[in-house]
Design a protein around this ligand. Structure first.
Ligand SMILES: *[C@@H]1O[C@H](CO)[C@@H](O)[C@H](O)[C@H]1NC(C)=O
Ligand SMILES: *[C@@H]1O[C@H](CO)[C@@H](O)[C@H](O)[C@H]1NC(C)=O
Ligand SMILES: *[C@@H]1O[C@H](CO)[C@@H](O)[C@H](O)[C@H]1NC(C)=O
Length: 386
């Protein structure tokens, strides 16, 4: 009897200890703790920006004309906002705190509107922040700068002579020509069908043929009879090649230095500041374009080669684990799937911050304007800067 009681007491003590341990683990006492997060996302579903001359579906067929966020797009960003709310429920305050969050967008209607739709779900007012009981929404600032001044998100930056030279080199490179070759005959058929004659211009094929057809198919318009499944696949592959060749294929690191390296630099600066001040902001969100998300991923060499879907989101999260800072990256490109972990080449998924900074150093410009001016017929400047 006595022995049994003793055993029971011992078992109870063990159970108590285990419960305490689980409580600790669950509350992050022993686990890594999120310190800071940066999100870079693409706007939601939109109407085409432009279209090919033979397209029977004109700008007037779209309720708001070309280039605008649609209601489908609003819904996509509202969904993303809800996801972020859930992901960061133990990290962010329940209510919006201006000193904890900062949102910047390109100065384009659809990215501004996407950020706003997102924030409606991320920070619905609650408790004392409800200001109108019949409208569970509160204004949250979305910052921007005019497009000509945007040196952060409105990519690619065009006024960079050195980049333009590298772009020309890319199109002439053996690697690019090899990838383009299988599509040569197909490309020749496009002018007659579409009325668009810039057939040497992959970017034109993407923005003036593939993209409008894609938007029309999403919105259940009847496509021209030549836009078969096979044709759409080839057009998509050519569009992917166009985007890939913009930042990649040839001298990817040098090109990134002139482009999204600027954003990588800014994000790393925020990460470093977050390690130094406990009161630093917790969340920074950047609302941009497919060229912003893919440019970031090519600069970090984690790009999957596919056009970034609407409202796709690249997460960069700073964790503190046993006194050391780690950076983790995730890509949320489909709503039915948990974000895909991304691994910086040369590191582990959870990458020590210092190691991360070391590995990406080659794509970080020291002086963007000066580096853009170095061209081969301008060697003098190069020598001086070197
Ligand atoms: C919410 O904000 C207060 C300060 O305003 C802070 O003390 C508290 O830790 C915050 N909670 C979370 C979950 O961040
Ligand atoms: C297109 O049609 C499908 C199937 O009927 C429907 O689920 C979808 O909502 C439609 N898309 C739009 C944008 O109306
Ligand atoms: C999302 O990204 C993953 C990993 O790169 C890829 O396997 C998947 O096909 C992508 N899905 C979409 C819809 O782009």
């Amino acid at each position: 009897m006595r022995a049994a009681l003793l055993l029971a007491a011992r078992a109870a003590r063990l159970l108590g200890f285990l419960l305490l341990l689980f409580f600790w683990l669950d509350h992050g006492v022993l686990a890594k703790e999120l310190q800071f997060a940066t999100l870079v996302f693409r706007h939601g579903d939109r109407s085409p920006i432009e279209t090919f001359p033979n397209d029977p579906i004109k700008e007037s067929s779209w309720p708001q004309g070309f280039g605008q966020l649609t209601q489908v797009g609003m819904e996509q960003h509202y969904e993303l906002g809800k996801y972020i709310r859930k992901r960061y429920k133990n990290f962010l305050n329940d209510s919006y705190k201006h000193e904890q969050v900062y949102i910047r967008s390109t100065d384009v209607d659809r990215t501004l509107m996407s950020a706003m739709a997102n924030l409606a779900a991320l920070f619905p007012p609650e408790g004392i922040s409800i200001w109108n009981p019949s409208l569970l929404w509160q204004p949250i600032p979305v910052h921007t700068v005019s497009l000509p001044e945007d040196r952060l998100l409105h990519l690619p930056f065009r006024n960079c002579p050195q980049f333009q030279e590298l772009e020309r080199e890319t199109l002439e490179s053996e690697e690019f020509q090899k990838r383009l070759h299988p599509y040569k005959d197909f490309i020749e058929t496009l002018p007659k069908l579409s009325g668009f004659h810039g057939h040497q211009d992959l970017l034109g094929i993407w923005s003036k043929i593939y993209d409008p057809l894609y938007c029309e198919s999403v919105h259940n318009f009847t496509l021209p009879s030549w836009a078969t499944k096979d044709t759409m696949t080839k057009l998509r592959e050519l569009s992917e090649l166009s985007l890939l060749s913009l930042y990649g294929i040839h001298k990817q690191k040098e090109k990134s230095r002139h482009q999204t390296g600027v954003l990588v630099k800014e994000i790393l600066n925020h990460m470093k500041s977050a390690t130094q001040a406990a009161s630093y902001r917790k969340l920074i969100m950047y609302s941009g374009h497919d060229t912003t998300v893919s440019g970031l991923q090519m600069a970090l060499d984690v790009y999957n080669g596919m056009l970034p879907p609407y409202a796709s989101c690249h997460f960069m999260e700073l964790y503190l684990d046993k006194g050391q800072y780690f950076l983790e990256m995730y890509y949320r490109n489909e709503t039915q799937h948990e974000p895909h972990p991304l691994i910086l080449p040369g590191c582990t998924h959870s990458c020590p911050l210092e190691k991360f900074a070391e590995l990406v150093a080659p794509v970080i410009p020291e002086d963007w304007s000066a580096e853009c001016m170095i061209t081969s017929n301008n060697q003098g400047t190069k020598d001086i800067i070197d």
